[in-house]
Design a binder for this molecule. Sequence first.
Ligand SMILES: Nc1ncnc2c1ncn2[C@@H]1O[C@H](COP(=O)(O)OP(=O)(O)OP(=O)(O)O)[C@@H](O)[C@H]1O
Length: 237
Amino acid sequence: MNDLLTVDDVFAGYGDIAILEGVSFRVGQGEAVALLGRNGVGKSTLISTLMGLTDVRSGTVRYRGEDIGKWPSHVRARRGLGLVSQEREIFPSLSVEENLVVATRAGSWTLERIYDLFPRLYERRRNMGNQLSGGEQQMLAIGRALIGNPAVLLLDEPFEGLAPIIVDGLVDAFRRLHQEGELGIVLVEQHAALALELTERATVLDRGRVSWSGDSRDLLAHPEQLSALIGLAEAAA
Ligand SMILES: Nc1ncnc2c1ncn2[C@@H]1O[C@H](COP(=O)(O)OP(=O)(O)OP(=O)(O)O)[C@@H](O)[C@H]1O
């Protein structure tokens, strides 16, 4: 498989605070990788590192084989890294459609294709960003990332805080995106079992280091190992 993103032995953090200590990670085209671990182990920091938003002390981050360590985050976004952060980052005073239009970059993702994936956004296209439910905001955040026509989609806890029926809809959309096979997807998720069902491979972090990396099905088949890695409550979620 062609790797889109490759992280090799990265040490990174915020100013003098070291968070990631020797993390290696990769995602290829058409592949979904889960990023798991207890609260505060560095999952979001790794996503931020991929986007160029942390201070990298050593190690390399490559995109399509090219060292992108010096690329600012807006260049990474323009070249193909699409981020859906926990903050969602939609414009509250723009309509749904305007939010999508301002994020558009040329490629196969168009307004029509976004509305086909999320019919709810079509129904709400004239609503302002601040007039949306949490689930609709998350659909819009994912739509905004997709219409930027990324090669890699980075999803930081996309199902967090949403009602089960809304999560089901987002999970369906996730499966569809994955089946289309165009994107590399990184899924940060607290609900480990769900994340493992949705992905081929998983990386588990523990206090800034990789504690496990391998086939998602293997970890799903060994609940005792999963709970030892990430805690009983998270494994059962
Ligand atoms: N901007 C920041 N400046 C300083 N420290 C930070 C910053 N952001 C996060 N941290 C710290 O980095 C560590 C890792 O946080 P991070 O958000 O990456 O963990 P996480 O695994 O994503 O956790 P969660 O599941 O709770 O989101 C934590 O100790 C956190 O307090």
